[in-house]
Design a protein around this ligand. Sequence first.
Ligand SMILES: O=C(O)CCC(=O)C(=O)O
Ligand SMILES: [Fe+2]
Length: 240
Amino acid sequence: MINGKFQNTDFDAHLHNDGKGIVIAVPYGRLYYAPHYFDQTQSDAFFDYFLKCDGINSREYDWQNETDINAMPFTNIAWHQDTIKMYGKEHRLPRVSAWYGDSDRPYTYSGITLQPKTWTDKLNQLRDELEKICKRRFNSVLCNWYRSGEDHISWHTDAEKELGKNPMIASVNFGESRRFLLRLTDNHDVKVEIPLHHGSVLVMAGELQHHWQHSVPKQKRVKFSRINLTFRTIYNKETI
Ligand SMILES: O=C(O)CCC(=O)C(=O)O
Ligand SMILES: [Fe+2]
């Protein structure tokens, strides 16, 4: 597809002038999608960087069955599996995460306030790259690690107040390909499916967060890890 409709949808798509991605026009917003923004060598290096763990072969380790993931000696990223309380009961989130960003931008989700860790060189490298596409400098990144196809994220929007009026969210993906789904909040029959491969970039922009939900469903057959980094701009409470 160069210029035309995006895969099985009614939505127009055209090539972005960077020659790597396409821009998909959806109701209330737009998407930038580059299935292979980073090449294989770059992507492999990023993947290994994110999961580097002392004394362990991260590519082969059975992470899904590791019972004490928060105690593992990760070298580069401070991975943590959070728990949330629902109906008075503690639940582990079905993924592992880490929050990096400017120190004056704490972030709250599901009732947890996260203090960001300081930018690493590799995260900054990705931030610089996304600046070329998005023409803005993000100040925060949520790192998500889906250890296998069991890990997932349910339908949600990223429309918290501190993300500003029309949040732009740029995601970078390494490791296993996973299905990324979008659906209109008030008409679930209108959907878009975007495969997020090793080295892909996806940007959600415009009013999209106010009208569409997104999710990464379970995929039982997927055995290995996927790393997803969602770059965001967090505004200070006083400036919203
Ligand atoms: O893993 C993904 O592609 C999406 C993650 C996501 O939606 C989020 O962190 O808010
Ligand atoms: Fe999200």
